[in-house]
Design a protein around this ligand. Sequence first.
Ligand code: GLA
Length: 427
Amino acid sequence: MHAAALLLVSALCSATWALDNGEMRVPPMGWLAWERFRCDLDCQHDPKNCISENLFIDMADRLFEDGWRELGYVYVNIDDCWSSMKRDEKGRLQADPQRFPRGIRFLSRYMHARGLKLGLYGDMGTHTCGGYPGTTLDDIALDAQTFADWEVDMFKFDGCYSNATVQEQGYPLMSKALNATGRPIAYSCSWPAYQGGLPPKVNYTQLGQLCNLWRNYGDIQDSWDSVLNIVEWFSENQDVLAPAAGPGKWNDPDMLIIGDFGLSMDQSRAQMALWAIMAAPLFMSNDLRTISSGARSILQNKMAVIINQDPLGIQGRRIVKEKIGIDVFWRPLSKNASALVFFSRRNDMPYRYQTSLGKLNYTTGSYEIHDVFAQKTTTLKDSTPFVVSVNPTGVVMWHVSAPAKWNRRPFRRGGGRRGNAIPPVFL
Ligand code: GLA
C-alpha cells in the first residue's frame, strides 16, 4: 500500500467521534479552586485564601516556578463565586469588582504569558450552585462570546437550579455556541452528574460529541471515604464508562485532593495511581504554596503522569476484585505497554498478594516491570508467580513493557521440579 493510503487508513482507524475542537487529546492537567478553597469570600480576614485574583495569580506562579507546568499541569481553573451578583448593563456576566479588580481577561493573559491556561465556571440554570448568576437558555450565546472575548481556555458548565428539559437543550447549545466563537474552548459538562447518577440514563455517545470532559458523579470531599466511594462507583460502572472515554472526551471523577488534609501518603499514592489508570483529568485542588514535599513528589511522579497521558487514551479497568479486599486495575498503553495497579481496600497490615502476569491475562513472554512509586525495575515472565506487598489503603503501581519473546525450556523427562510449584518472586 502507498504510504499516503496507509496514513489515511490509520487516520480513519484512530478517528473518534469526539467534540471536534481539537482540545484535550490527552486528559487535561492543572489546578482547580473548588475543593480546597470553596466559596471563601472573606478577603478582609483571609486574604490569602479567598476567591480573588490573588489566589489564581499565586497558583499560576507556583505552577510556573515549581516544575508543574513542564509536567503538563497547565490549567488554572476558577470555580464558583467569581462573578458579581449582577450582570452588567449589556446583560453580560462580570467578575466581582472587589475581588477581581482587573477582570477575567487580565487573568487569562497572565496565564498565557506563562504558558498556562485559564478555566472558568458557569451554570446551566438560573443560579450557580453557590447562588451566583446562572446561564439561562437565552444567555448562552452571549456568555459563550463573553468567555471567548476574555480569552478563556476551558469552561465548566454546572447544572444547579435547572431541570432535565433545560439541560437537554442547554448543554448542546453551549457546545455549539463555544465552537461558534472560533476560539478553542475546552468544554466540561456536569450534565451526567445531574442525570440521576446512573450511567444507563446518560447518553455517553452524545456527550462525547458535545463535551471534552464530564463530571459523572458527586463531589469529591477531603477524605479517604470520598475517594473510595468514587473509585467504587467508577469501577462498578466501568462497562458503560470506559468505552465513552478517548482522546478529546474524558470521564471526570473530580479533583485530586493530594496535599490537603484528608489523605495519608499511601492514600495519596492510591488516588494518583487510580486517577492515572482511569485516564482521568488531573486537576489538583490544594494549596501549592504550602504543599508538603511528599505530596508534591507523588503529584509530580513522572511515570504516573506518563501513564495518565498515554496518547491511546484508553480508560483502564478493574480486572480483579478479590473478596479479601485486593483489587487489580489494568490499562493498555501505546507501544504494547500497559499499566497495573494493585490496590488494597484492607485496613490491617501490608497484604502479600500472590499472582502472575499470566493470571492477569498477559500473553507468553518476558516483561520489564517498572514500579512507579518504588522506582525499581525488574523482569518477569508471564508464568512466574510473584508476590507484591500492598499497604493498607495503598497501592503498588507498575508500568509493564511490551513483551519480549523468551523460549520456554523444553520439557525434560525426570528433570526440573516436576509436580512442585515454581517458588514466587517477592517484589
Ligand atoms: C457543584 C459542583 C462542584 C463545584 C460547586 C460550586 O457542587 O459539582 O464541583 O463546582 O458546585 O458551587
